[in-house]
Design a protein around this ligand. Sequence first.
Ligand SMILES: C[S@@+](CC[C@H](N)C(=O)[O-])C[C@H]1O[C@@H](n2cnc3c(N)ncnc32)[C@H](O)[C@@H]1O
Length: 231
Amino acid sequence: MSPRAACRLTQLGFAPVYDYTLGKVDWIAAGLPTVRAGQPSRRVLDAVRRDVEGLDAPVVVEVGTGSGAIALGLASARPTAEIHAVDLVPRAVRSARRNRRRIGAARVHVHRGSLLDPVPERLSGLVDAVVANVPYVPPERRNNSWDFAPGAIGGSDADGLGLVRDLAAAARRFLRPGGSLILQMTGGQWTHFADELAELGYRDGGILGGSGADIVVGARFEESAREVAIP
Ligand SMILES: C[S@@+](CC[C@H](N)C(=O)[O-])C[C@H]1O[C@@H](n2cnc3c(N)ncnc32)[C@H](O)[C@@H]1O
């Protein structure tokens, strides 16, 4: 399934149900057949799951949760994790909350707002991973058939990375030293964005999944960068 098809399902309120034993996310709606989830969400989920593997009770923030596929998938794999899921769009937030109730994931907190704005200040410096599949598609890859999901796919700034850029800067307040930033983007974007992350105090963790047009990348927030980066 393409990223835009997954986003459409998300915004239409389909429910993702992650079956960890089968290793897949299904999207369900009453009276309709199940549909396989998009590869990008699954890749991001796999990357964050691996990243927090050695931690007893990891604290994870997912930005742009949609209907919650990544946050709820992680919660079913790691029931002791404290997970904060954020989305800007009310319909997505309602959908994620409905799915959370359906799955019974009490340790997933769903917030409405932009990027990390609604994340509780008490988590400052304590978050093990900030993970995001926020809109990043560059202008040259967009087309009119995406009107169904305004604001869900097309990225801002000339290179499409405006939101991702703002998130990387804001995440420094919340990540613990050594904490991870895990992002979905294109291979072309990563070639220049890796340098920007280094300037913000992140150590390149490389490509964690995918190839070419859709990849998942990771970077760790350096301990030494924290004092300089956070006012
Ligand atoms: C590509 S969809 C990803 C949905 C889900 N994480 C997944 O992987 O299936 C991007 C999501 O980011 C949300 N979004 C867009 N701008 C945002 C912002 N400034 N802050 C938080 N979420 C945002 C959209 O509403 C949409 O649900």
